[in-house]
Design a protein. Sequence first.
Length: 110
Amino acid sequence: MKQLQSEYQCAINLVVDVIGGKWKVFIMWNLNEGNKRFKELERSIPGITKKMLTQQLRELEHHGLVQRTVFEELPPRVEYETTELGKKLNPFYLRCVNGEMSMRKRTRLA
């Protein structure tokens, strides 16, 4: 698990350490739709392995962005959801999507 530094010179460095990498943004984007079970997340993110999804979810949980809830029933059920801290990143994701659309128009990729 990636350890965070005790101090950062720039806030963006902290954000990159917490949600950087190939998969975390996809996981967070999918969880913004609501609570999801592991298999739902796995199906919604093409190319991610079970091992990588597990590792990334654990890191996001460790950093307080995702909450894992285990339901005491048979068969056991586990759901993941975005925490209040994680929800504060929603505007960032929306800006990325809007920026991508704007970039497509400017470069005529649409």
